[in-house]
Design a protein around this ligand. Structure first.
Ligand code: IPD
Ligand code: CA
Ligand code: CA
Length: 274
């Protein structure tokens, strides 16, 4: 019988529903790459595909079968209409839509759960590599069931960082190109994968040492932030203050490099400095 939202739901139960939803949505995405899908333009460079919508419906169905009263904040549909609840699911059915539409295999399904406003569950599934990143609050983070931790890189010279750009890059002067140019001259390597949820998981797994972005949405971050924190990482806004998935800025790191990243983000443009 589904549990009511007024009860304390065991974390294992939430994780198991989130995992099932992520895997099923991943299968939907994979099937769409086989059968084909339609692409629409939300804006000039902001795409959405049939696969986004089908995966989103799949996730909401799985969640509501288990927890019919839980609100879901989903990228394509917004917030579902439910009575107030301690729980909220925050989902991105396809993070990396541009990659997906081009056949570039870097995308994922992202599912986070909040209780009383705090992220308590994170599940990110990459169907192209069959990699499942999971975390429950207080219980560490895992990749395909094996514990993961952040890297021990202690200097930007030895760090591989990742970032991303919003779809308003052409119109918004705060488009991250200034930060990108400065970091590029200070780090070992800098990447732009096009999937923020996986970027967070890769910092959690020690594949990247840090990640920042100026304009993310809650569904990009909800799951990955729980996974990163449980892997021993750190998140903040650009001033170093506490991070909220409902703010836009994100600095995520292995903790050791956090202050160095904030220092670069704070640098003023000076001659020789972008
Ligand atoms: C985007 C990706 C990208 C990030 C953008 C996001 P979407 O999400 O996460 O890496 O740079 O800011 O909007 O549109 O592919 O779900
Ligand atoms: Ca996204
Ligand atoms: Ca998306």
């Amino acid at each position: 019988m589904p549990l009511s939202s007024s009860q304390d739901i065991p974390l294992d139960e939430l994780l198991s529903v989130a995992t099932a939803a992520a895997r099923q949505a991943g299968a939907v995405l994979t099937e769409c790459t086989r059968t084909g899908f339609r692409i629409e333009h939300k804006q000039l460079i902001n795409l959405v595909t049939d696969a986004d919508h089908q995966a989103e419906q799949c996730i909401i169905d799985v969640i509501h079968k288990a927890f019919p009263t839980h609100p879901v904040l989903a990228e394509e549909r917004g917030l579902t209409e439910q009575p107030p609840s301690r729980y909220k699911w925050v989902i991105d059915p396809l993070d990396g839509t541009t990659n997906f539409a081009h056949g570039f295999p870097a995308y994922c399904v992202s599912i986070g759960v909040e209780c009383d406003g705090q992220g308590i569950i994170g599940v990110v599934y990459d169907p192209t590599r069959n990699e499942l990143f999971t975390a429950q609050i207080g219980q560490g983070a895992r990749l395909n069931g094996m514990p993961i931790t952040v890297s021990s890189a202690d200097h930007l010279d030895r760090a591989l960082l990742v970032t991303g750009f919003g779809y308003d890059i052409r119109e918004n002067p705060n488009n991250n190109l200034n930060h990108f140019a400065r970091f590029a001259l200070k780090v070992q390597g800098l990447r732009r994968t096009g999937t923020a949820a996986l970027d967070l998981c890769y910092v959690a797994a020690g594949r990247f040492d840090g990640f920042w972005e100026v304009k993310l949405n809650p569904w990009d971050m909800a799951a990955g932030v729980v996974i990163l924190l449980e892997a021993g990482g750190k998140v903040s806004d650009f001033t170093g203050r506490s991070h909220s998935i409902y703010g836009q800025e994100l600095v995520a790191s292995n903790g050791i490099l956090h202050q160095s990243m904030l220092d670069v983000l704070r640098e003023e443009a000076t001659p020789g400095n972008v």
